[in-house]
Write a protein that binds this ligand. Structure first.
Ligand code: HEM
Length: 56
């Protein structure tokens, strides 16, 4: 078992949280974010785009 597992999960969660403070994630290829996810997803055909978060 990897002893770095919790460190990686903590740092990844903190990184994503910091990113989502300032950016919105939009699907631009492969699937529609507004629809249910397909049962199979091709990671090579899927793209995500970061945009500045809309001001509240
Ligand atoms: C995405 C990041 C990481 C992945 C995917 C990963 C994956 C793995 C895997 C698959 C193993 C083998 C587990 C087994 O033999 O059953 C392993 C072992 C190990 N990992 Fe990681 N690891 C990651 C990050 C880290 C980090 C950040 C550290 C240290 C700070 C670390 C330290 C270790 C050590 C020391 C072992 C050997 C454990 C042993 O054989 O007793 N890993 N890791």
């Amino acid at each position: 078992m990897c002893p770095g597992q919790n460190l990686v999960l903590l740092l990844t969660s903190a990184t994503l949280a910091a990113l989502l403070e300032e950016r919105e994630v939009h699907a631009v290829g492969g699937f529609e974010a507004s629809r249910p996810l397909p049962s199979v997803l091709d990671p090579f055909g899927s793209s995500l785009q970061l945009r500045p978060a809309a001001a509240d």
